[in-house]
Design a protein around this ligand. Structure first.
Ligand code: SAH
Ligand code: SF4
Ligand code: F3S
Length: 496
């Protein structure tokens, strides 16, 4: 490698005191440098080097994966779905242990690719890497991994990318070793690095990072840190730029969006509240639909319900995680609401926004859960009539308070899970079937994977409808007649 072509990395040392703007500038220089490495690789391989970002987990991770892809593409790599690409990065999730196991299975298979392509680099980042045990396991059992970093320092990816290609050049004294950098927290919000969008017409927008709720089962506050809200004017600027770029639907993202801005106000900085921000986003010209994820029932205000009601372009879909319908279990989960409070909130939403779908998350098998607690959950499902629900089996997360509570036997967990699952499925089917015969506005998202004669579109209430059509319809809204209900989705025809 010709070192003289490359701006010296030692000019770029982090002082630890640099501002977010300085940090962004630093990373942009590393991105320049990474372009030179990609160029070297291209000469070596005789073709454009490829990258693959493998994403696990929630919307927050999906958004981070778009940033990773944006940096790699901007450096000169080209995207592929193959995990045998020249640069593969796994963005991990650790919310439940099946996510962990799935990842290690995939990482194990990556060694075969590396044997076939010795210049291949493998990186791992995301929530799992915030736990020392997982990093140690990779260090010990997956020697072919080149780079590990966490959730707090993702904005340093251009720098790490350079490190990976420079570590064997003598630039460091870590020849042949992995690059590992995990931070346990950050106050930084460094956005604006290049990001790639999976869809041209819809995009997620981070409004805040982290979570302060500490539900006793949940690992997220430990791996994503304390709540940090982005400045409202920056969020609005990003939404305006997206609209100018042809995006018609945005989803505002945060682990607890109703507490948006409270951290800023606590620090003495002025901030919009979440309802104010949501309404401002709904008014951005060109934005035809706004979604948000996730509100917490304890913080859901009348103002928020009113803002949704009076702005028809805010999606008729409220995802309101219940977790359990039992007061006893809700208390042990640290959720700060009761069964009756949750039901009253859902009734208020149904009354004020009758066409809004209410969906939820439910955990079966939390420590101490008995059949009477499951009955309470079933009662909430029947009384609220959820339009859809994700049902999860409780998974012990090391370091969380619930991990120390007495666990319940597996058969009992399974029995509760099955009951909850069939109740939510029945509820979802009933709620969807009522819509048969109506005509509703739908945004076409993609060509149907099973039958390319059809495209799949999403209604404001988040239900999918398959309609005869082709690629040219993607990203456009149509009025669609809902012909037949297939349980949780529809077949329909375009009216106009
Ligand atoms: N902040 C969001 C998302 C959290 S993770 C929220 O509060 O809704 C998404 C869902 O995963 C949660 O709603 C919860 O139902 C589930 N979940 C989180 N930790 C879990 C665990 N340890 N075991 C099983 N499910 C869990
Ligand atoms: Fe986890 Fe609770 Fe925060 Fe959601 S609100 S991320 S479930 S701690
Ligand atoms: Fe998973 Fe991290 Fe999201 S643990 S659910 S990817 S915040």
């Amino acid at each position: 490698m010709n070192e003289t072509q490359i701006p010296s990395r030692f000019l770029l040392k982090n002082t630890g005191e640099n501002t977010n703007e300085d940090e962004l500038a630093r990373q942009k220089v590393f991105l320049e440098r990474a372009r030179l490495h990609a160029g070297e690789l291209e000469r070596l391989l005789g073709r454009t080097p490829t990258f693959c970002v493998v994403n696990f987990g929630c919307q927050a991770n999906a958004k981070d994966s778009e940033k990773l892809a944006g940096v790699l593409r901007s450096a000169g790599f080209t995207g592929t779905e193959s995990e045998g690409a020249d640069f593969v990065i796994y963005n991990t999730c650790t919310v439940r242990d099946n996510a962990d196991n799935h990842f290690f299975g995939r990482l194990g298979r990556a060694s075969h690719f590396k044997k076939e392509n010795p210049s291949m680099k493998i990186a791992v980042c995301g929530c799992m890497m915030q736990e020392q045990g997982n990093v140690d396991k990779i260090r010990k059992s997956y020697p072919y991994v080149d780079l590990i970093f966490g959730t707090h320092n993702l904005f340093r990816f251009p720098e790490y990318l350079c490190d990976v290609y420079e570590k064997d050049t003598g630039a460091f004294d870590i020849r042949g070793q992995k690059i590992i950098d995990i931070w346990d927290k950050t106050d930084r919000i460094v956005e604006d690095l290049p990001a790639e969008r999976k869809y041209s017409f819809k995009a997620g927008v981070n409004i805040m990072f982290g979570c302060d709720n500490f539900c006793t089962y949940c690992i997220v506050p430990y791996v994503r840190g304390r709540e940090r809200s982005r400045n409202a004017s920056e969020i609005l600027r990003e939404v305006e730029a997206l609209a100018a770029d042809g995006v018609c639907e945005v989803m505002l993202l945060g682990q607890n969006v109703d507490s948006y801005g409270l951290d800023l106000i606590k620090k003495g900085e002025p901030s919009m509240s979440f309802p104010e921000l949501l309404e401002a986003v709904a008014h951005v010209p060109g934005i035809e639909r706004v979604r948000f994820m996730t509100p917490h029932p304890k913080d859901m205000s009348d103002d928020l319900i009113e803002v949704i009601r009076r702005n028809p372009n805010i999606a008729r879909h409220i995802h309101l995680p219940l977790q359990s319908g039992s007061d006893r279990i809700l208390k042990k989960m640290n959720r700060h609401y009761t069964k009756e409070q949750y039901i009253a909130l859902a009734e208020k939403i149904r009354e004020r926004i009758p066409d809004a779908a209410i969906t939820t998350d439910i955990i079966a098998g939390f420590p101490g859960e008995e059949m009477c607690d499951v009955e309470d959950t079933l009662d909430v499902i029947r009384r609220v009539g959820f339009d859809n629900a994700y049902t999860f089996i409780y998974s012990i997360r090391r370091g969380t308070p619930a991990a120390k509570m007495e666990q319940i036997p597996e058969e009992q967990v399974k029995e509760g899970f099955d009951k909850i699952l069939s109740a939510v499925q029945e509820s979802a089917r009933n709620r969807a079937s009522i819509l048969t015969g109506r005509t509703m506005r739908a945004l076409v998202e993609e060509v149907n994977k099973q039958d390319p004669q059809y495209v799949s579109a999403r209604l404001s209430n988040n239900i999918i409808v398959h309609i005869p059509g082709d690629e040219s319809m993607i990203g456009k809204f149509y009025d669609v007649h809902l012909d037949t209900c297939k349980g949780f989705y529809f077949f329909g025809t375009v009216v106009r």
